[in-house]
Design a protein around this ligand. Structure first.
Ligand code: FNR
Length: 358
C-alpha cells in the first residue's frame, strides 16, 4: 500500500494524498492580480491529482514583491481572481493553499531575463527594505533601507490583512514564507541582520519579527485550518556564523508552541556564495531532524522527482508530506504517474474525464 497515496489530515483539512505542489512564482501577474495563466497552470496540477497546491509567493504589499510581475494580495481587488482559481482547484479535489510573502531586500528585481536588481528610481524598481542597510550581495547589489519599528509594524499588519484576504479567497492551507533570504529569513539569519534593537543580536531577538508575524496571523486565521511556515533550515554557511539546523530545531519548537501546524523545510537563499551540496532529496535530512526533534509535522522538498523516492521518505518517517516543484512543471500529472508506479488506484486521483487514459 502506497503511503504517498493515503490521505493526510492537518487540523480540519484532509488532503487526498501526500503530494503537494511546491510554491513557485510564475512572474505572470499585472499589479499583483492573478490571471488566466494562473487558473490554467494551477488548474492543470489539480486535475493532475495533487492533494495540495500551495500557490506561489503572494506579496503582502507591493514593495514585498520580488519582481513587478509577482502575485499580490495587498488589496481587496486581489481576492476574486484568486478565489476563482481556488474554486476550480477545490472542485478537482485538491486543497487550495497559498504562500504569503515579503521579499525584503531581495525585491525590486527586473522582469527582464538576467535583468538584475533595480534601483528605486529605475523604471519597475522600488525602495527595498530589510532589517539592516546591508545589500544581499552577488547580483543583488542594492542597499535596503533599514526598517524602523513603524515599518516592522506596517509589514506585519500587511501579513495579517493578507491572511484575512486569503481566507476570503477560499484558501484552506496558509503558508508564511520565511525562507530563501526574503524578509523574515533576513531577520532570523545572522548574515542579514545587524540590528542593535529587540529585532537583532541574539537568537531570541532575530526570530522576533517572524514570531510576532506568526502570532498575528494565527489570531486572524481560523484555528481549524492549517497554518504553516516555510523556513530555510540552514544558510549552508555554518563556518561564517550563518543560521544552522540546530537554530531551526529551536525555532520549530517555538513555532509549534505558537500554533504552527507544519514546517515546510527548505534551505538556502541567505548568502549569495553559499556552497550547497545539491543532490536528490538533499533537504530531506533537515525535514527529518525538525520532525523528530521539534515534534512537528514537516514537508520535505527539493529534488524529489521519483515516486519510489517520495514513498521511501514517508515510509521512513522523515516527513509527513512531500512537495514537488520543478518535476510538477515538467509533468502536471505527476501524482497520477506516481500512483501507477506505486500500484495505487490511479482513478482516485484522476478526473472522470480522463478515466479512459488510465
Ligand atoms: C521556486 N521556489 C519557490 N519557493 C517558495 O517558497 N516560494 C516561491 O514562490 C518559489 N518560487 C519558485 C519558482 C520557480 C520557477 C522555482 C523552480 C522554484 C522553490 C520551490 O518551491 C522548491 O522549493 C524548489 O524548486 C526545490 O524543489 P524542486 O523543484 O527540486 O522539487
Amino acid at each position: 500500500m502506497s503511503i504517498l497515496h493515503t490521505p493526510f489530515s492537518l487540523k480540519s483539512v484532509t488532503i487526498r494524498n501526500r503530494v503537494g505542489v511546491s510554491p513557485m512564482c510564475m512572474f505572470n501577474a499585472q499589479d499583483g492580480l492573478a490571471s488566466d495563466w494562473h487558473l490554467a497552470h494551477y488548474g492543470a496540477r489539480a486535475i493532475g491529482g495533487a492533494g495540495l497546491i500551495i500557490v506561489e509567493a503572494t506579496a503582502v504589499e507591493a514593495r514585498g514583491r520580488i519582481t513587478a510581475n509577482d502575485l499580490g494580495i495587498w488589496s481587496d481587488a486581489h481576492v476574486e481572481p484568486l478565489a476563482r482559481i481556488n474554486r476550480f482547484i477545490k472542485a478537482q479535489g485538491t486543497v487550495p493553499g497559498m504562500q504569503i510573502a515579503h521579499a525584503g531586500r531581495k525585491g525590486s528585481i527586473s522582469t527582464a531575463q538576467n535583468g538584475g536588481q533595480l534601483a528605486a528610481n529605475e523604471p519597475g524598481g522600488w525602495e527595498i527594505i530589510g532589517p539592516s542597510a546591508v545589500a544581499f550581495g552577488g547580483a543583488l547589489g542594492q542597499v535596503p533601507r533599514e526598517m524602523t519599528i513603524e515599518d516592522i509594524r506596517a509589514v506585519q499588519d500587511a501579513f495579517f490583512a493578507a491572511a484575512k484576504r486569503a481566507l476570503a479567497a477560499g484558501v484552506e492551507w496558509l503558508e508564511i514564507h520565511a525562507a530563501h533570504g526574503y524578509l523574515a529569513h533576513s531577520f532570523y539569519s545572522p548574515l542579514g541582520n545587524r540590528r542593535a534593537d529587540n529585532y537583532g543580536g541574539v537568537f531570541e531577538n532575530r526570530i522576533r519579527f517572524l514570531m510576532e508575524t506568526v502570532a498575528g496571523v494565527r489570531a486572524v486565521w481560523p484555528e481549524t485550518l492549517p497554518l504553516t511556515v516555510r523556513i530555510s533550515a540552514t544558510d549552508w554557511a555554518d563556518e561564517r556564523g550563518g543560521w544552522t539546523l540546530e537554530d531551526s530545531v529551536a525555532l520549530a519548537k517555538r513555532l509549534k508552541a505558537a500554533g504552527i501546524d507544519l514546517v515546510d523545510t527548505s534551505t538556502g537563499g541567505g548568502a549569495p556564495d553559499a556552497k550547497i551540496p545539491v543532490a536528490p532529496g538533499y533537504q530531506v535530512p533537515f525535514a527529518e531532524r525538525i520532525r523528530r526533534e521539534a515534534g512537528i509535522a514537516t514537508a520535505a522538498v527539493g529534488l524529489i522527482t521519483d515516486a519510489a523516492q517520495a514513498e521511501e521518505i514517508l515510509r521512513e518517517g522523515r516527513a509527513d508530506i512531500v512537495l514537488i516543484g520543478r518535476e510538477s512543471l515538467r509533468d502536471p500529472n505527476w501524482p497520477q504517474r506516481a500512483a501507477r508506479e506505486l500500484g495505487a488506484d490511479v482513478k482516485a486521483f484522476a478526473p472522470g474525464q480522463y478515466a479512459r487514459a488510465w
